[in-house]
Design a binder for this molecule. Structure first.
Ligand code: SAM
Length: 286
């Protein structure tokens, strides 16, 4: 990686550069962000689309580099985000469509791409109140599932997503795409199973674990008694015993038909909106 993408290394002061060569070292660094190791090293990630970049800037995310297609030059909104990027000391690249395609690995790329600094929360930053819900995912593997869950958590008004154990990266291109921008709105925490269990004891939350063998119908739980953490298992193996045993409730979504289980993102959506329904009912009673 060149200095451009090193966390603590020097950064170029705001400027606009025109790039047409695929072998330009800055372009090579941006393309390397498809690798988890390079994202971790640089602490950055890529998000595609003008709307996403505008939303991210509005939410206070730090932009390192803005890349836009030559064809987008002169568009007022692109000019505004370019000016903001420069004002924050970031770099602005005007590139050919060929370069944008190779960065995003798409034939019809978006006109604008932003490289942002990653943001992680810590477990103790989460201090959920009684009317809040979080979702905790045990070793989620599929980027599409994770992105969909972050998007759904956002839509259901959840206050964060906790990633337990070895999970797929929320900042991969595929996950960010699937979040449709919600990656910028929902705090994400990563921790080990042990750290989660310790936090569970001290944080005053109720953990509602979902399990195919759960004894309780998910609709019968009071999600408003304490802040609820909806705990979801891994796509292949489900929840491990240590996490399931430590939960306050272990619930099942009753199914019909021949399917063994629901897809993880679908089960998470059912749970998130059930918890939301309880909170909305509570609001109506006030
Ligand atoms: N073979 C896995 C098993 O035996 O648990 C299936 C895992 S399922 C694809 C992924 C996760 O979605 C589960 O661990 C659970 O958290 C949730 N899930 C899916 N269907 C569910 C249901 N009907 N009731 C409760 N949780 C469910």
């Amino acid at each position: 990686m060149t200095d451009e993408y090193q966390k603590s290394g020097p950064r170029r002061v705001g400027q606009v550069k025109e790039v047409t060569s695929l072998s330009n070292p800055i372009i090579k660094d941006i393309k390397a962000l498809t690798n988890k190791k390079d994202r971790e090293e640089s602490g950055t990630f890529m998000a595609e689309g003008l709307k996403l970049v505008i939303d991210a800037l509005e939410l206070g995310w730090s932009i390192r580099t803005l890349v836009y297609a030559k064809a987008a030059k002169g568009k007022p909104l692109v000019g505004q985000v370019a000016a903001k990027t420069v004002a924050h000391g970031g770099l602005v690249l005007e590139v050919s469509e060929k370069v944008l395609s190779s960065i995003t690995r798409r034939d019809n790329p978006q006109m604008v791409v932003g490289i942002f600094e990653q943001r992680w929360k810590k477990l103790d930053d989460l201090r959920p109140g009684r009317d809040e819900t979080l979702v905790a995912l045990d070793r989620v593997r599929d980027p599409g599932n994770l992105g969909t869950i972050i998007r759904t958590a956002d839509a259901a008004g959840a206050s964060g997503v906790i990633l337990i154990g070895e999970c797929t990266d929320p900042f991969s291109l595929e996950t960010v795409r699937a979040t449709m921008g919600s990656v910028f709105a929902v705090p994400v925490v990563k921790c080990s199973a042990e750290e989660f269990l310790n936090w569970q004891k001290r944080s005053g939350v109720q953990v509602v674990a979902t399990h195919l063998a759960g004894a309780v119908d998910y609709r019968t739980v009071d999600y408003t008694k304490k802040p609820a953490v909806l705990l979801m298992g891994n796509e292949q193996s489900g929840l491990p015993d240590n996490l399931a045993r430590a939960a306050d409730r272990t619930v099942r979504i009753p199914q019909q038909g021949r399917a063994d289980s629901l897809n993880l993102a679908v089960a998470s959506a059912v749970m998130l909106f059930e918890a939301r329904r309880h909170l909305l009912t509570l609001d109506e009673k006030k």
